[in-house]
Design a protein around this ligand. Sequence first.
Ligand code: SF4
Length: 63
Amino acid sequence: MRITVDLDRCESHGQCVFAAPEIFAFDDDRIVHDAAPPESLRERAETAAALCPLRAVTVTDAE
Ligand code: SF4
């Protein structure tokens, strides 16, 4: 699984951090994330992507 965050869209409201704190975190006011989390976190990752109001989170399959 691969996760990308479009930082041009992200406005740091933090829904992703609340939905999946294993993947997303704040570093000062910026979002940082694990770009290749384990498959066991897919449901949480997809929830975070769905909750992001700016549609800045993308979850794809690893190659
Ligand atoms: S939910 Fe979306 S807009 Fe909010 S901090 Fe996360 S990536 Fe940024």
